[in-house]
Design a protein around this ligand. Sequence first.
Ligand SMILES: [Zn+2]
Length: 113
Amino acid sequence: MVSGLQIEDATDSELEWLAGRIEEELGRRRTKLEEEKTDRKVVETRQGSRGRWLRLEFVKCGKWGRCNKCRSGEGHGPYFYLYYANPKTGRRTSKYIGKPQNISPELIQEFGL
Ligand SMILES: [Zn+2]
């Protein structure tokens, strides 16, 4: 556990590193909660720059009984979703990217795909 004294004694760069790690960890926990809420099955998670995450997920469409794919537990996809903090609100948000073949060269580079 990190104590107050350790924080006071730390250098700026150590604190910046710690702030980044905290942001990452909080993001990881929030997306885990979101995942449990929406019943998503994560195939792969990759960390990019600036606290961004890219995940490959199977999702449920919400038509439950009427959808064979969801009823069987398979779901739809897998699709890529980008997770990041909204620069205005600071809140974690996600963006639908799509099928693996639709991913942009920028994301391929950032996430080393
Ligand atoms: Zn479905």
